[in-house]
Ligand binder design. Sequence first.
Ligand SMILES: C[S@@+](CC[C@H](N)C(=O)[O-])C[C@H]1O[C@@H](n2cnc3c(N)ncnc32)[C@H](O)[C@@H]1O
Length: 409
Amino acid sequence: MNHASEPVLAARWDALAAVLVEYRDVLEQRMVDEAVPPALLARGFAQPLLALSEEAVIALELGGAQAQPPAQLPLELQQLYAAVGEACALPALSGVSEPTRALRRLETPRKRAQVEALAKLTPPLLQGALRVVEVGSGHGHLAREVAEQLDAPLLGLERDVAISARANDLENRGRLSFQAVDVLREGLMLNRGDCALGLHACGELGDTVVTAVAERAKSLLLVGCCLQKQRAEMRLSLNRERALAAELSFSSSLLALSNLTPRQQGNEASRAENVRAREHRMALHALLVQELGSLRFGAELDGIPRRAPLGEFSHMVEAAFRARSLVQPSANRVQQALSAATALHSRMRRCALPRLALGRALETFVLVDRALYLEQAGFEVHVGTAFPQEISARNLTLVARRLGSSASQ
Ligand SMILES: C[S@@+](CC[C@H](N)C(=O)[O-])C[C@H]1O[C@@H](n2cnc3c(N)ncnc32)[C@H](O)[C@@H]1O
C-alpha cells in the first residue's frame, strides 16, 4: 500500500466534501426566471454578482474553478472561489504534443489528441496485463491506440450495436475486437490480469468500472463524463464510511452541472455565439408562451433546424411560428422579446457564476471519490488532467494500479 499517497487523496476528498456541503444551497438553487435564488440573497452574493461588468463575467465563466474573482466581490464569495480553486487544482498527468500520425477513419483531431495523450499513461498499466478491456469503447479509438503497444488481447465493450459493428469493421491491428453489450445491464466481470480503460465512459458507467476493477482487475485508466447519466435518482459516494458521505448524494440534475464548461471556442460555435443563441431561444420561448399559454423550455425548437438559434433571430421566429401555423408576431414584439431575454440572460449568467465553479468541484469530487475507493482497495492512484480543456473539457483522469500485483494475479 502506498501510504505516502493516502492522506493526499483523503484530504482532497474531505476538502471537496466540505465545499459541497457548505454551499449545497447555492448548488441546488438554479435561477430559472426573474427570481434571484434565495441562497444568493441570504448570503449577500446577489447584488455584487449582478453588478459585475461583462468582462468580469466572461473571465469568471471561462476561469471556472480556477477563476480569480475581482476584488469588488465580497470576502465570502472570494472564499468560495478560493476553496473551490484549491480543492480542484490538479496536476497535468500527460500532455498534448504535435500529432504523431494521420487521422484514423472516423477519428476527429480532438479524439486523436486525447488518445495520444492517454496512451502515454498506459505503459505501466499494461505491464503484465493478460487482457485489456475498454468500457464504452465507441468506435474504439483508444483501444486501437493501445493495441499498438500490446501483445495481449484487447476487448472493447460498447452498448450501441451499430457503433460496435463499425468498430469491428475499422482497421484493427493485433488481437483487438469489439462486443455489443450493455455493461450496466449485463454486469462487468473482469479478471485478475485485466487492465481496464474508459475514455468518456459516461455517468454511472464510471462507477461500475471502478467497483469492478477494485474487486478483481489489475489496473485502470479512466476519464469520466456526463455524470448525470445514471439510472438511480441519486449518486451515492463510493466511500460511505467517511464523515460527510451521507450528505454527498447528488441527483442527475445537479450532476449535469459538471458538464457545463464554457469555452471561448466550443465544438460548434464560439462562446459569444452560444450566449446569443441562448438569448434567442429564451426570447422565442417567451413569444411562444404568449401565444400558447405554456411551453416546456426546449420545445421552442420543435420543428425548426437545430442550429437556427445561431442565426438571425427574426428568421428563427418566422420559422418557429410557421412550423406551428401561428400568425407571425410584429417586428416590434419580436424586438421587445429579444431585449427582455437579453436583460434576463445577463442577470442569470451573473447569478450562475458560483454554481458554475461548484459544478467543477462536483466533477472533481466524483473523480476523487472513485480514486479514494480504489486506494482503499489497495491501488496506487493518481488523479489529474490528461489533456487541456481546449482538447476536451471532460479531462479529469484517474490512473490506478493494484499494488503488489503480478501478471498471474
Ligand atoms: C462519450 S462516448 C465515448 C466513446 C469512446 N470511448 C470515445 O472516447 O470516443 C460513451 C460511449 O459509451 C457507450 N455506453 C454508454 N453506456 C454504456 C453501457 N451501459 N454499456 C456499454 N457501453 C455504453 C455509449 O454508447 C458511447 O459509445
